[in-house]
Design a protein around this ligand. Sequence first.
Ligand SMILES: NC(=O)c1ccc[n+]([C@@H]2O[C@H](COP(=O)([O-])OP(=O)(O)OC[C@H]3O[C@@H](n4cnc5c(N)ncnc54)[C@H](O)[C@@H]3O)[C@@H](O)[C@H]2O)c1
Length: 342
Amino acid sequence: MAENALYKVAIIGCGRRAAQHSTGLKQDPRCKVVGLADLNEEAAKGLNQEFGFEANVYGDYKEMLAKERPDLVISCLWTGLHLPVFRDCAEAGVKAYLSEKPMAPTWGESVEMGRIAESTGCLLAFCHQRRFAQGNRLVREWIKEGRIGDIQRLDLYSPPHLLDCGTHTFDQAMSFMDETPARWVLGAVDTSEIKTNFGIPAEIMAVGTIVFQNGVRAGFQIGGPDKDLGSGVRVLGTKGFIEVNWDGLCQKAVSYDDPSWKPEPVKSPPGEQMSGVIRHIVDSLQNGTECELSHVHALRAAEIIYSLYESVRRHARIELPLTGVTDHPFKTMLEQGEFGTK
Ligand SMILES: NC(=O)c1ccc[n+]([C@@H]2O[C@H](COP(=O)([O-])OP(=O)(O)OC[C@H]3O[C@@H](n4cnc5c(N)ncnc54)[C@H](O)[C@@H]3O)[C@@H](O)[C@H]2O)c1
């Protein structure tokens, strides 16, 4: 281990996202990457070389867990593998596990991941990295300072695919409201085209309403035409409003009490978000401090998504907590031919 390294780190799945995590890992001297696992060993070797990790390379992640006994595992696998690989890691005694988002391909698997984390004590986190964009941190501060008064409404936007992309926007929205969960959800999907991301099918557009437990009402549009904000959140308060894209670039900030307030947009420099993610999870591991990327918060975004799909299936407004659902309602409906597309 490097002189200052405190934690042995392993990466499972050495594709595109693993390279992003690696830039963050290289900036945290507390981490020493000891193992890289990928079914395609060439991908792991390439990552090893690109970042100079000098780690051992494996084709089988279980062998890596047994030989390297990592403290922290970073998993950059497609969504369908999230639960089984996390289960193996938690059983192998891994202390912290950072998974790519979204949580899992069904609501039941998402809940099961949370249950395993709680029963084993393994810190489970998901890569909602946009929380660490400086612009998003600033918006959180402005809201806390009362610059726009009390939040009344949100407009939420993301590219198509509720599970894969919507998760970032819902997570961003809740991060602006002290992590307040949703109370109910009602929505609709446009299935004139099916979009498959990382093995999970989804609608080409989704719209709906969420009411949060603090009474704040959000309208959302995931994909589709005529969005008046790219990807991100418009926060409307009693004393002003803020428009911020999901990478924290503030497009408009207005205070009705202080027309001179014109904050400069802050652009996230490359690597900022991922170094924030790694620093935060290692801080939590080292100091036992609360992890804002934890499964508790990720479950809130996943619950909104699966509730929206369940509202489509039941033709009804869904009160949270979401119960009586373990599948992915959209996938089930698609397989049953409900959308006229198989
Ligand atoms: N946080 C973000 O903004 C963001 C952006 C894009 C993708 N993602 C998520 O990241 C995840 C991975 O995406 P990606 O683009 O890196 O995928 P990718 O296809 O580039 O990489 C996945 C890697 O996993 C390997 N793999 C597959 N099965 C394996 C197994 N059983 N054991 C070990 N390795 C295995 C593959 O060989 C591949 O190299 C997806 O779930 C996606 O939703 C997140």
